[in-house]
Design a protein around this ligand. Sequence first.
Ligand SMILES: C[S@@+](CC[C@H](N)C(=O)[O-])C[C@H]1O[C@@H](n2cnc3c(N)ncnc32)[C@H](O)[C@@H]1O
Length: 267
Amino acid sequence: MNEEEAFLKIKEGVRLEKLLDVSQYKENYIKRRIAVRMRSLQLPKYVEYFAYLQEHKAEYDILLDKLTINVTQFFRDPEIFVELENTILPDIMMGLKSPLRVWSAGCSTGEEPYSIAISIEETAEKLGILNYDFEVYATDLDIIAIHKASEGIYEGRTLDNIAPQRRTKYFSTDGRNYKVRDQIKRSVKIIKWNLMDPYKKNFFDIVFCRNVIIYFTRELQKTVLGHYYDSLKENGILFLGKTETMLQDYRDRFNCINIKERIFRKI
Ligand SMILES: C[S@@+](CC[C@H](N)C(=O)[O-])C[C@H]1O[C@@H](n2cnc3c(N)ncnc32)[C@H](O)[C@@H]1O
């Protein structure tokens, strides 16, 4: 078996063992991520690493973890949360009758969906709306990340963007770890879901899919953006990551309402 065949076998192994079709991710990205794992095992060749995978099936879990980059933070890119709280949420909340539903797609360890829930609570308070009814659906493929999200316990730099008064209001602490309070936790539903599959139809007012599709091939980006389009209600709002762009194919389905912050409205 040559190196290229071994690389294909590794991808096929991930598909069969972990049910993730990584051939739909950008090839350079997959190669870089596999290389990280191969370096730490000191196996410089795909052929060697594939042989190792065949002997150690549990290695597929570790590889999957390496393939999914979980970098995230509370209020990541704070300016988009300013936009959310000052413009997008008041607009929706003032006119909305049914519960507000937001989807954090590719939520990683939970910082994004909890930040969204805090933003909604704060906006409701500012608008003088009592007991505002909302749900944040937080989905990710990575079960280790999902588990951490469900625990809702954090420490370190991930909390850097949370102002002190918000920390006190929405977290309990033992001085080292910060635990999301129940008032926020109960509005966030954490679910394992592969974005390659369609999700709820015509259901969400807002979809956050930030720093996820950047790793996908153009074809998969097209599929996933189609899923977001279908899952948003009419006039629903889509947030992409700062380095992600709307595909040309979707420019007649989403209006860009803030180019700098990558915010779009379903037409
Ligand atoms: C870099 S994190 C982004 C987290 C958060 N959205 C943010 O911007 O801070 C990317 C997340 O996307 C998830 N992901 C990648 N491919 C996925 C897929 N096919 N289905 C669901 N989640 C996926 C990864 O597991 C990872 O947790």
